[in-house]
Design a protein around this ligand. Structure first.
Ligand SMILES: Cc1cc2nc3c(=O)[nH]c(=O)nc-3n(C[C@H](O)[C@H](O)[C@H](O)COP(=O)(O)OP(=O)(O)OC[C@H]3O[C@@H](n4cnc5c(N)ncnc54)[C@H](O)[C@@H]3O)c2cc1C
Length: 540
């Protein structure tokens, strides 16, 4: 039973909605979170994907980089994020011989030696070091600002090497990659960070790929992608505990159908359906954890197909009886511990993008694979020794390709994904895929349409829409708390608190943190909350 009025109603209990709820409830505001699904977490969940087997896989998102340590500390999250021993391995064939490029997490002699063996000299590795040292400078300038009101681009730019700024912020990232690196595999390994969750050419004039690249490199100032112990559900569980322990109410099975802002200073009405009847509640602030495109529909606008985001990834979860051997002869426990790049040379990526643009599934299909259970076996449960999880994330499979024949195209995309993997394996992946007690192969494939159906991410876009620069341009209006924190909508009492907020993309809690800060700033300025909030009530 909910009360009729709250300081804040959060629409959606994704990890960002829970983050906002935790901050606001700890500050003493009354908070109700409404979630359409029967559970919390959105795309940050663990699931027992294969009937009869206990393993709990990170079903959608799987690695964490952008969650600021500060959010973990502020909310006292009981959460362990651990490093992978390998950063990446990229199998390839040179002079007819299977080989590969190994990048350790702590780059040492093995990484340098791998570059030298692949490219014939130290030049490419020196270029790699120089490039990433420059990008690290940019990351160090941006990271601390992510949990602050928006910095201006001029303020960030003043701290960054001008060439790095030009390469990453002003010109298509493909230009810098082509100029700085000679080896096409190295170029591809660098370029993939620009294309995870973003359907674009590395040379796209919109620079949407540059923004994606930046987000992949700035997390906590290092850009390291870490493994959440217990799977992605552990992130959500910790946030849900922080929210409810602080007094937030979380209602699942509550699909919001309308958000109705009234005049300035008037409460906003939120309507939802609890499965049996329509319900309504009023709030001083509504935080939208849903995508901006979904929010517009909830605010009463017609669905506009022209502005609907479009996802472009194929996510495949597998359970293996053991890790397969690779043609290059590398130890599978080294190769699969990091990101294993498949068909991701720069040329492969451009050819695949062009094919998808023409309406064809790319062949070979670029994608990357990683094994969670090598770093964190806790998700496996009681399974035979040697069992491992495998996650495949395929690029350049936009939703439009699946529209005419969703089932048939999913099956074909899965075949192509497994063929990309088989191309680098000594033994077919099929031979090591586990089966459920019913004899079904432990393979689960999710197209953008599946992600949309499961999670209401429009078009299956993993970031709720294109990523934006994590700073404000000189011309941006920064008058209201919502504008200063990059969470504003057209309605002052309705704020974005999800992946679609500026700086909100990925598993970061930033959308939630920043929306909560905007509310607290507004409350402090206007005293507009209805609850018992006072500045002294802040508990951190
Ligand atoms: C396949 C895949 C792989 C990814 N991999 C990674 C990764 O490894 N690392 C990473 O950092 N990011 C990754 N991402 C992106 C990341 O998961 C998302 O950006 C992030 O989870 C978004 O969190 P959120 O809380 O903003 O929104 P969501 O997770 O989308 O949560 C929104 C919530 O709102 C609910 N909702 C929607 N409509 C309504 C309604 N009308 N009423 C009530 N509730 C509603 C939804 O059910 C959902 O629970 C991946 C995403 C996908 C899909």
């Amino acid at each position: 039973m909910t009360r009729g009025k709250y300081d804040v109603v959060v629409v959606g209990a994704g990890h960002n909605g829970l983050t906002a709820a935790a901050y606001l409830a700890r500050a003493g505001l009354s908070v109700l979170v409404l979630e359409r699904l029967g559970h919390v977490g959105g795309a940050a969940v663990s699931a027992q994907a294969f009937p009869g087997l206990p393993t709990r896989l990170s079903r959608y998102s799987y690695l964490v980089s952008l969650l600021p340590d500060r959010v973990v500390t502020d909310l006292g999250l009981d959460l362990e994020l651990v490093s992978r021993s390998t950063a990446s391995y990229s199998p390839t064939v040179r002079a007819g011989r299977a080989t590969g490029l190994l990048v350790e997490r702590n780059e040492g002699e093995a990484t340098r030696a791998s570059f030298r063996e692949l490219t014939g000299s130290d030049d490419e590795y020196d270029a790699w070091r120089a490039f990433y040292d420059g990008v690290a400078g940019l990351a160090r300038a941006v990271a601390p600002t992510l949990t602050q009101p928006l910095a201006t681009d001029a303020a960030i730019r003043a701290q960054v090497d001008p060439q790095v700024w030009r390469d990453v912020v002003e010109r298509p990232i493909g230009e810098a990659i082509a100029r700085r690196f000679r080896d096409d595999l190295v170029r591809g390994v660098v370029g993939t960070d620009a294309l995870i969750g973003t359907f674009a050419s590395l040379h796209d004039a919109s620079l949407v790929q540059n923004r994606c690249f930046l987000y992949h490199l700035i997390g906590n100032g290092t850009g390291e992608w870490r493994v959440p112990v217990g799977g992605m559900g552990a992130v959500t569980d910790a946030l849900a505990r922080a929210a409810t322990d602080a007094g937030a109410e979380v209602l699942t099975g509550a699909g919001v159908s309308a958000i109705r802002p009234a005049g300035a200073g008037e409460p906003v009405e939120v309507r939802w359906h609890d499965g049996s009847a329509e319900q309504a509640v009023e709030a001083s602030y509504v935080l939208a954890n849903v995508a901006p495109w979904v929010l517009r529909v909830l605010l009463g606008e017609e669905e506009d197909p022209a502005t609907k985001p479009e996802g472009a990834q194929l996510k495949v979860n597998l359970l293996l009886s053991r890790l397969p051997r690779l043609r290059s002869g590398i130890d599978p426990e080294v190769a699969f511990a990091g990101t294993l790049h498949l068909a991701e040379t720069a040329a492969d990526l451009e050819v695949a993008w062009a094919a998808a643009q023409r309406g064809e599934l790319p062949d070979p299909l670029p994608g990357e694979v990683y094994c969670h259970s090598l770093t964190d076996p806790s998700i496996l449960g009681d399974v035979p020794p040697g069992t491992h999880t495998l996650t495949y994330f395929g690029l350049h499979t936009p939703a439009r390709l699946f529209a005419a024949d969703p089932e048939g195209t999913r099956a074909e995309a899965l075949r192509l994904a497994m063929a990309s993997l088989d191309a680098v394996l000594e033994e077919p992946i099929d031979s090591v895929v586990m089966r459920t007690p019913d004899g079904e192969p432990c393979i689960e494939a999710k197209t953008p349409q599946d992600v949309e159906a499961d999670l209401a991410m429009p078009g299956g876009h993993i970031f709720h829409g294109h990523l934006e620069w994590p700073w404000a341009s000189a011309r941006a209006r920064l008058e209201t708390p919502g504008e200063r924190w990059g969470v504003q909508t057209d309605h002052p009492a309705v704020l974005l608190c999800g992946s679609g907020a500026r700086r909100g993309g990925a598993v970061s809690g930033l959308g939630g943190h920043n929306a909560a800060q905007a509310v607290l700033e507004d409350v402090a300025a206007t005293g507009s909350a209805v609850g018992d909030f006072t500045r002294a009530g802040l508990r951190w």
